[in-house]
Design a protein. Sequence first.
Length: 695
Amino acid sequence: MINDENAVYFLMAAILLACLALVYAFFLFQNIKREKIHMRMLDKLSGFIHEGAMAFLGREYRVIIIFVIVIAVLLASLGFIPALQNVDGVGMGAAFCFIIGTLCSGVAGFCGMQAATKANARVSQAAHDKGMPKALRIAFSGGSVLGLCVVGFGLLGLTVLFLGFYLFSHNYALSAHVVSGYSLGCSMIALFARVGGGIYTKAADVGADLVGKVESGIPEDDPRNPAVIADNVGDNVGDIAGMGSDLCESYVGAIVSAISLGIVLTVSGKSVGIAGSVFPIMVCALGIIASIAAQVFVRMKEWQNPQKALSIATYVATLVVLVGSLLLSQMVFKSAYPFYSILSGLVVGVIIGKIAEYYTSDEYKHVQEIASQSLTGHATNIISGFSIGMQSTALTILLLAAGIAASYMFFGMYGIALGAVGMLSTTGITVSVDAYGPIADNAGGIAEMADMEPAVREITDRLDSVGNTTAAVGKGFCIGSAAFTALAMIVAYAQVAQLEVISLLEPGVIVALLIGAMLPFFFTSLTIKSVGKAANQMIDEVRRQFKADPGIMKGTSKPDYAKCVDISTQAALKEMILPGCIAVISPILCGILLGTKGLGGLLVGALMSAIMLAVFMANAGGAWDNAKKYIESGHHGGKGSEAHKAAVTGDTVGDPFKDTAGPTMDILIKLMSVISLILAPVLMEMEPLLSFLFK
């Protein structure tokens, strides 16, 4: 059993392993940069994408920093309120942790973006010079930089803060609550990165598809399309920086929820002390070893099959975590039950990915059904996609319910938190595999714009098709981990707020429950509407350029790419503010008006509806996308047919579902949960403003 004395050594070991992840990420980045780009056009196109992506990220972070300052000041000011001066977890400590959380999450996204925009053209060059194995290695290395930075910065910041506050106060309960501010900082960056990046990428994608492919009949990545650079930039800001911040937030949130529940954990009637808080950190440190081992394993061989390589990497990482977690469980708790909870989370994560693949891959009947429905028009394509997306919630939710029940059965509420930790312990390799996708997509776009030979495009298309599958699996993984993490955070909130039960018989709880269930729908409407508004501007601009300069379509004039990049940038920065404000303000207002019980009801309601919406939108969007690709491969008339036009419409509807609104659902519920966890001690000292209504 870990005691207060030797816990410090375990935490220091976790810090060293987090640093190892960052060192290995730097090594991979340097290897990518050493690869030479011989074709000037590839270098030029990659430069356009890199400049656009980094410019957007810089402008986005300048907007976010305003929110960071305001929230940090609010957190710090709570410590100066006389009634709250003896309350754990508020004041300067929480504000400091919050700022460090935003920095770690932001830097992880920045490093991943740097690697992705340096790797894309080098993948195209490698496909031309040396074929599939070299192209796969560079694409996977680019994704691995993001994966290792996410777990490296995430675990490093959290562990240093937890250890620092513990050494300063010798109170691990205080340390655990204060570092909730770190999770809040990661959540704040994740929300804006996902919303802003999602609006950016889908505005460009929709504009490029509708005017380029449908109206003008030109290929997806044709250099004549003014929106094509903005579309490729969008792949990076949405699916690299946005996805990386998303999973960094999930990763940190799972650890924080387990730490918070570990404090009050008792085994055989005895408190386990700091062991319950250190154990999840140790499991995630083990996950770093597993992720590096998996990446080294993939780099040792020349792979011709990208799907096989990425699958084996995931299986290697999972196996290492399972064996190591069993040993840690026996060492810390003298029991295998914590390991069984971790195993439940890992198994659920893997199977949810397979369910997502079943509903979104064109190898299965559901996507093929949407493609065949496209033969009778746009409306039947939309109807079919909606029905399949809704149907997919059944298997996913039943599996989540089984996983949660199993985790609880093995080790109580702490077991649920361990299930989330288990699911996210392999985040390093999961993000690496997921981030590989947009790099391969960019490589294909660059190859098309540079007019490289068909053999090169065949390799990049194969890499990209595997990336579509990994993206669908990654979204399912995010959703599943969010359910576990948010539930564990709600339980941690109830513990801190000293709530033994949240009764549905109390009117205030029912009111809050209904409002909580409504919030994800309202949030979704705002983000989808934002994509529509931004896409309208993009469509108008592309049409204007085609009309004003006929030489663009003839290939004798160069489109104004910069104007389209600027449209997406400005729209994304403007439209992300309102959804972000709603996510932050909602739990604060509910807690002030309805108290701790009402806030608990809000969190439960939001969790229920957000998970359903997230699964529906992710799988419907993925199915529409792959139905379009299935037709483009030669089925039902192929490209340019009426079925293809209907499928493009379905894909356009699905784009904001799967890449903007859907991914933000899991961030929304976790952000609300961690805000509630931080505010719980404050709300306990206050009388709810609307309490007189329900007496």
